[in-house]
Design a protein around this ligand. Structure first.
Ligand code: ZN
Length: 187
């Protein structure tokens, strides 16, 4: 199994698979896109548009080799995210609320599909309960641990415009911003 760093699987891919990953990443908003800093609004209509959005986000997450994707990351300011609670499973939470965080926390490196090349240590609760709705408007709840708990906290942050660079150490933040700064190539 691939190593998971927050929102990103770290693994070797063959050329064709890597090309598909790059095409998916090209459809995901990248820092410093302002939509990544905005607060998403609650979903109030559980219609076909929502279900199409969920399908698109799920497919993009899989192609991009992510373990989570929030609507802000595809330019939609609505409160929903998809994530992978287990290998090869995709779940959606609409209007998610983390109703319980464990007191126990853990620091681990996290990546983000919108912050290419950045890995930064982030402290998260080791288990959480997330409640919300599914794409049909039915109640949905997840008790999560380990990487899935980390992914859900990461995705919930996206819906409030919060990124891992806001949650990491000052040193790691400086390093991340240096990585993300557009490179000027002379000559
Ligand atoms: Zn992210």
């Amino acid at each position: 199994m691939a190593e998971i760093e927050g929102q990103v699987r770290v693994e070797e891919l063959d050329a064709e698979r890597e090309a598909r990953r790059q095409r998916a990443l090209a459809q995901i908003r990248q820092y410093p896109d302002p939509v990544l800093r905005m607060q998403a609004k609650p979903v109030d209509e559980f219609d076909d548009d929502l279900r199409r959005l969920v399908e698109r986000m799920s497919a993009l997450m899989i192609e991009a080799r992510g373990v989570g994707l929030a609507a802000n990351q595809v330019g939609i300011l609505r409160r929903l995210f998809v994530f992978s609670p287990k290998d090869d499973e995709v779940a959606v939470v609409v209007n998610p609320v983390i109703v319980r965080h464990s007191d126990e926390v853990e620091v681990d490196d996290e990546g983000c599909l919108s912050l290419p090349g950045v890995l930064a240590p982030v402290e998260r609760s080791t288990s959480v309960r997330v409640e919300g709705k599914n794409e049909r408007g039915e109640d949905a709840a997840f008790d999560l641990e380990g990487f899935a708990a980390r992914a859900a906290q990461h995705e919930a942050d996206h819906l409030d415009g919060v990124l891992i660079i806001d949650r990491t150490t000052p040193e790691a933040r400086r390093e991340a911003l240096a990585t993300l700064r557009p490179r000027v190539v002379i000559g």
